[in-house]
Design a protein around this ligand. Structure first.
Ligand SMILES: Nc1nc2c(ncn2[C@@H]2O[C@H](COP(=O)(O)OP(=O)(O)OP(=O)(O)O)[C@@H](O)[C@H]2O)c(=O)[nH]1
Ligand SMILES: [Mg+2]
Length: 397
């Protein structure tokens, strides 16, 4: 078989020759050499040409098959491994010979930027890992057959995934320099998404990622995290080493979540009794956090039927008289000075809720105790007699 035009042009541009894996004998050599004894080997007698092709493509991706290519029965190049060549760019990217390519390995090179032509409609697997010089990866259009993209350990700062990547199952852009990621459409087949080890400050996933099972966002700078729709198939969510001070509110709807890692985030402590949330470095918080969030949500619609009202102010300012007037609508001159604290429950039909009143004795020696009762979820009323002293208003600030 003649050498395909693409390979001839590549060899010229690269300055070295590529090995042809095509042909039954060569295929078996590769497969056996790599001790490929899985399903395909087990059914060796009945393995079809398509099985062989698939198996060989898988093997072709391995670094030992460096500088090899594979053709299909029609002589079209379907696999190419250019692993570890220090290439700064991919030669002849617009050549029509790429159109049938299914597997391309460009890992461990020195690519600086790569534009993926929209014509690479057959591409299923692309390996760009360990191109630390790679600053830009551009899709000229969707690659509808692409199942696996590995660009880990490279230097990408931005990533735009176009709409129409309907076969994408596995996307690994871990340990890059990502500051932004945009999905222009859904990725209904995506199961594995790894953006760990980047510089992302926010991450938002829109609807249409229902197949996602593994999501790695650890070791970023995330301050915000939003899922527009619950990830109902998510098994693992890794968020450790970020700047999150809250979790997505719909996390409790992630029914299949088994592993959730949160350590090294400025998250407020979850109340102990509610959770038993583990605090160890590698502890899994999935069950505890989901139960805790669920308990908050389930509590939320409860109507508020009691309000706490705290009255403070100097002695004889009129606190107790004010309460009496509020409750009974009368001014009672005979009210004695309060000593300590007087607790009154005002159960008013008019208000429709109870008011739990804490009326403090205003003598100076009680003042230090007041602050203990000034909790966030209470209404505090400072009562002043402005006639008596201007200073009084300053003291109660
Ligand atoms: N003129 C006038 N006197 C008031 C008013 N409110 C209360 N008083 C009088 O001021 C005095 C003190 O009133 P209280 O209501 O006991 O004051 P308090 O702030 O509860 O005082 P302590 O309990 O000692 O902290 C009483 O003699 C009241 O009758 C008011 O609006 N106007
Ligand atoms: Mg009083």
């Amino acid at each position: 078989m003649d050498k395909p035009a693409l390979i001839a042009e590549l060899e010229t541009a690269l300055g070295f020759s590529l090995n042809d894996l095509t042909g039954q004998e060569a295929l078996w050599k590769v497969i056996e050499h790599l001790a490929f004894i899985d399903a395909c080997m087990a059914g060796r007698e009945s393995a079809t040409a398509a099985d062989l092709e698939r198996a060989a493509l898988e093997r072709l991706n391995m670094s030992v098959c460096r500088n090899c290519y594979l053709c299909d029965a029609d002589g079209a190049v379907i696999g190419l491994n250019l692993f570890g060549n220090d290439l700064a760019q991919l030669p002849v990217p617009e050549h029509p010979g790429w159109r049938r390519l299914r597997v391309l390995n460009l890992a461990e090179n020195k690519l600086t930027e790569l534009a993926l032509p929209a014509g690479w409609q057959a591409l299923q697997s692309l390996d760009l890992g360990d191109n630390q010089t790679l600053r830009a990866l551009r899709f000229d259009g969707p690659l509808p057959a692409l199942e696996r993209l590995d660009a880990s350990d490279s230097g990408l700062e931005h990533l735009v995934v176009p709409a129409g990547m309907s076969a994408l199952k596995h996307l690994d852009v871990s340990r890059n320099k990502l500051r932004s990621v945009v999905f222009e459409g859904d990725c209904a087949a995506l199961e594995w998404l790894d953006f760990s080890g980047n510089g992302l400050e926010g991450f938002r996933l829109s609807k249409g990622f229902d197949a996602l099972q593994y999501l790695y966002l650890n070791n970023n700078a995330l301050k915000s995290l939003v899922f527009d729709a619950p990830l109902v198939n998510l098994n693992t969510l890794h968020l450790s080493k970020n700047q999150l001070d809250e979790l997505p509110g719909n996390l409790f709807l992630f029914d299949k979540l088994e592993s959730l890692y949160l350590h090294n985030n400025p998250l407020p402590a979850v109340p102990k009794g509610a959770s038993g949330v583990p605090e160890g470095e590698h502890d899994n918080a999935a069950v505890a956090i989901r139960n805790y969030l669920r308990s908050i949500i389930e509590d939320a619609p409860m109507p508020i039927d009691e309000v706490k009202l705290v009255l403070i102010g100097n002695s004889t300012a009129g606190k107790s008289s004010l309460i009496r007037y509020l409750i009974d609508g009368v001014y009672d001159e005979t009210i004695p000075s309060t000593h300590g604290i007087s607790n009154i429950i005002w159960d008013s039909n008019e208000l429709g809720f109870k008011v739990n009143i804490w009326d403090f004795g205003g003598q100076e020696f009680y003042h230090a105790t007041h602050r203990l009762f000034l909790t966030e979820n209470a209404l505090s009323l400072v009562v002043l007699n402005l006639e008596r002293t201007r200073q009084a208003s300053r003291n109660w600030r």
